[in-house]
Design a protein around this ligand. Structure first.
Ligand code: GRG
Length: 301
């Protein structure tokens, strides 16, 4: 798959994004197990949870990031889909009664409500192992790069990433937290997967070693901004997911109030943009895409 790396938001931007989304959805569909047998509930739940209408922000970012670094080929799509499978697994677990106890996700009943908690746990494990299998079997890459990609994904999921962030959020979020503690948790819970995406884009593009930390700085700023956006969403109903799940939890919104969080979010977005510009210049699609995701979000206006 190739894209015009110099594309601005004006020239065919929307169509280009629609094409990317379509290729991601098609490949996810192929990578998920068939669910012809309706009693095969884990397969059905894997498909329904992953193919439900999400933004596909992580695979889109990965594809744009890699393209801007000169990578053209299938590995970007495979990796983007693997990250989306990890993300889907995390949402299934996050919604469970022992965690957020949510009833709605992507506008649909959560997996444990529809299929039962047993199926939800098994679905998350199956999505996660499918993700690692996809990364490990990308033939167009050298075994060394493939191994590094598996390591990047493993670090993002485990005790240096989502798992630690989620644990801190569940347990420490019940009492007052300092701003630095909330930021650290958000970085693990939400920023780690963005960090993995940028590292993956960097690894498959054989880019300059100096570019890697700039992409990581971008991911940290994006993670902070995105978690603030998600926390603000908790206050308003868009029919996509439950409201009020953060009530009684210490977040930036409970610490600073919504207006200050909106301001802080803009600071993180500007910092993210500054890092992007260092690598991709002023007019690359990735910056336009990031702005578009946040501009669409009425909660931050
Ligand atoms: C084993 C993968 C795995 C995880 C275990 C449950 C858990 C640890 C982590 C949960 C982390 C989590 C849910 C963080 C929140 C990230 C976030 C802001 C999600 C919302 O993402 P969007 O808005 O969702 O991109 P869509 O539906 O558009 O894809």
């Amino acid at each position: 798959m190739t894209m015009d790396s110099g594309a601005t938001v004006d020239h065919g931007f929307t169509e280009r994004l629609a094409q990317l989304r379509a290729s991601i959805e098609k490949r996810l569909d192929e990578l998920l197990p068939e669910s012809g047998n309706e009693r095969d509930l884990v397969a059905v739940a894997m498909r329904e949870s992953t193919l439900a209408p999400g933004k596909r922000m992580r695979p889109i970012l990965l594809l744009l990031a890699a393209d801007g670094l000169g990578h053209q080929g299938d590995p970007g799509l495979e990796l983007g889909c693997a990250v989306e499978l990890i993300h889907a697994a995390s949402l299934v677990l996050d919604d469970m009664p022992c965690m957020d106890n949510a009833s709605l996700r992507r506008g649909r009943p959560t997996v444990h409500l529809k299929f039962g908690e047993d199926v939800a746990i098994l679905t998350a494990v199956a999505l996660l192992s499918r993700a690692f299998g996809v990364i490990a079997s990308i033939n167009d890459l050298s075994p060394v790069i493939r191994t590094q990609l598996v390591e990047v994904a493993a670090n993002a999921v485990g005790m240096q990433g989502l798992v630690r962030g989620q644990f801190q959020d569940l347990r420490d979020g019940q009492q007052a937290r300092r701003a630095e503690e909330i930021a650290m948790t958000n970085n693990l819970k939400t920023g780690a997967l963005f960090g993995a995406i940028m590292d993956m884009a960097w690894l498959i593009s054989s880019s300059d070693v100096l570019v890697r930390p700039i992409l990581q700085n971008f991911a940290v700023e994006l993670g902070q901004a995105f978690q603030m956006y998600d926390d603000l969403r908790d206050k308003c109903s868009d029919g996509d997911k439950d409201q009020g799940k953060d009530t009684g939890k210490s977040t930036f919104v409970s610490l600073y109030g919504e207006d200050k969080v909106r301001e802080q979010l803009q600071v993180h977005l500007s910092n993210a943009e500054r890092n992007l510009h260092k690598v991709y210049g002023e007019s690359h699609m990735i910056a336009g895409y990031m702005r578009m995701v946040f501009d669409k979000a009425s909660v931050i206006a």
